[in-house]
Design a protein around this ligand. Structure first.
Ligand code: PLP
Length: 393
C-alpha cells in the first residue's frame, strides 16, 4: 500500500484537481513547477534559513514527564506552539511565499476562516514586501476581530465575503474568483493540506519539517528514530500531515488522528469528518466531507475555530480508508479539559485545537513503554477568551 501521493495527484482514490476550467492554467503552472522549484538548492537554502532565523526552528521535542506519569506512557510534545506566530501554519506560508517568488508572482491572495491562516499569510507577505489580500466571510470578520486587526497591522487588505453564509466557503469562492481574474501575477496560498493537486502535497512537504525534526530529536533522546505513535489533531490536516510524513511507510509507527466531535458526534454540532463524512468534492479535491443526503456541505461546528472545517485533506481520507491511521474524535469538553490538564501539569497553555490531540488519552490506553509523540500545533493565547468563558476564570 502506498500512502503518499501518486503521479496523478491521488492518495488512493482521494485527491485530484476538480476545478473550474478557468482556473486550470493557474493550477497547472504550479503543478508543473512545484517539485522542481522545491528541490532547487537555492530554494532549500532560503527556506531552511528562514525556518531557523525567522520561525525559530527546530521546534523542541519536549519530554513531558508529569503528563507521562499521569497517562502511563512516555509522552513527547513537538512544540509547534513555540514557532513565530504561535503555530505550525507559518511553516507552510514561508514555503509558499518563496514558491510564489520563484514563480515570479507579485501578489498574494488567501482565504481564512478563524483568521489564523490569514495572519500567517499576512506575516510572510510583510516579510517579503508583497501585496496581500485576504478574503474572509463577513460573519467571521465580526467573530475574529483580533486576527483581523493583526492582518491589517501587518499591511494586508481584508476583503469581506458577503454572499452565502458569509463564512469560510464563501471566502474560498471569492479567492478563487480573484485568482481566475489575476492568473499571471497572483499566487493563492492555501492554508491546509487540502485544495486541488498539487496543494495537498506541496503543503504536506513544507510541513514535513515537523517529522524530519522528530526523527533526529527522538534519536538523540531515545536512541531510536521511530516513536510507537504519532498523534495530531485534524482540521484540514496540515499539522497532522507534517507530523506523519516521514513515518507513513514505517508500519511500526502507529498513526493517530483526532478530530473535533464538537458537542458529540451525533449532536448535529460537530466536525468529525471521518465518522460522519462521505466522499465528495470540496475545495477542488475529492475527499471525505460532511454533507447532507443531497450533497450540500454541512455547516461544521467545534469550539476550536481551527478544526471547524467540514472536510479533511485527501491524505487523511486515504489513511482512514486504508486503515493506516486510527481516527478518534474528542468533544469540546474533552479538549478543554486536556488543555487545562497540560497547563497545570506542564506549564504549557495549548491552542484548543491541540487540546484535541491531547485528549487522545480519553480514548486510547497506551502501554507503559510506548513512546508517544504529540503535535502541539499551537499555543493558547488566541484562545484565552474561550478558556475564560468555559472555565469561568
Ligand atoms: C489551523 C490550526 C489547526 C488545524 O489545521 P490543520 O491544517 O489541520 O493542521 C490546528 N492547530 C492549530 C493551532 C491551528 O492554528
Amino acid at each position: 500500500m502506498k500512502y503518499n501521493i501518486d503521479e496523478k495527484g491521488y492518495y488512493g482514490e482521494f485527491g485530484g484537481a476538480f476545478i473550474p476550467e478557468m482556473l486550470y492554467p493557474n493550477v497547472e503552472e504550479l503543478r508543473q513547477k512545484y517539485l522542481q522549484i522545491m528541490h532547487e538548492s537555492s530554494f532549500q537554502k532560503e527556506f531552511h534559513q528562514l525556518l531557523k532565523d525567522y520561525v525559530g526552528r527546530p521546534s523542541p521535542l519536549y519530554f513531558a514527564s508529569r503528563l507521562s506519569e499521569k497517562h502511563g506512557c512516555k509522552i513527547y510534545l513537538k512544540r509547534e506552539d513555540l514557532n513565530h506566530t504561535g503555530a505550525h501554519k507559518v511553516n507552510n506560508t514561508i514555503g509558499q511565499i518563496l514558491m510564489a517568488k520563484k514563480l515570479g508572482k507579485t501578489r498574494i491572495i488567501a482565504e481564512t476562516g478563524a483568521g489564523q491562516h490569514g495572519v500567517a499569510t499576512a506575516t510572510v507577505c510583510a516579510l517579503m514586501g508583497i501585496e496581500c489580500v485576504v478574503y474572509m466571510g463577513e460573519i467571521d470578520i465580526a467573530r475574529q476581530a483580533p486576527n483581523v486587526a493583526r492582518m491589517k497591522m501587518l499591511g494586508a487588505e481584508v476583503r469581506p465575503a458577503l454572499s452565502g453564509s458569509r463564512t469560510l466557503k464563501d471566502a474560498t469562492n471569492e479567492a478563487i474568483r480573484d485568482w481566475i481574474n489575476n492568473p499571471v501575477d497572483t499566487h493563492y496560498i492555501i492554508g491546509s493540506a487540502i485544495g486541488p493537486h498539487p496543494y495537498p502535497d506541496m503543503v504536506t512537504r513544507f510541513q514535513s519539517v515537523i517529522s524530519e525534526e522528530i526523527k533526529w530529536q527522538l534519536q538523540e533522546k531515545e536512541g531510536r528514530e521511530n516513536p510507537d505513535y504519532v498523534v495530531a489533531c485534524i482540521g484540514g490536516g496540515s499539522n497532522a500531515a507534517g507530523t506523519y510524513y516521514h513515518f507513513l511507510d514505517n508500519p511500526e509507527v502507529g498513526i493517530i488522528a483526532v478530530e473535533a466531535a464538537g458537542k458529540g458526534i451525533n449532536s448535529g454540532e460537530s466536525a468529525a469528518t471521518s465518522a460522519l463524512g462521505k466522499i465528495g468534492i470540496i475545495h477542488g479535491c475529492k475527499t471525505m466531507l460532511m454533507q447532507t443526503n443531497d450533497g450540500q456541505i454541512t455547516e461544521p461546528y467545534s469550539i476550536s475555530a481551527g478544526l471547524d472545517y467540514p472536510g479533511v485533506g485527501p491524505m487523511h481520507s486515504h489513511l482512514h480508508a486504508s486503515g493506516r491511521a486510527d481516527f478518534y474524535s474528542a468533544t469540546d469538553d474533552e479538549a478543554m479539559k486536556a488543555g487545562l490538564e497540560l497547563s497545570q501539569l506542564e506549564g504549557i497553555i495549548p491552542a484548543i485545537e491541540s487540546g484535541h490531540a491531547l485528549a487522545v488519552f480519553e480514548h486510547k490506553k497506551f502501554r507503559s513503554e510506548d513512546v508517544v509523540v504529540i503535535s502541539l500545533s499551537g499555543r493558547g493565547d488566541k484562545d484565552l477568551n474561550t478558556y475564560i468563558e468555559y472555565f469561568k476564570l
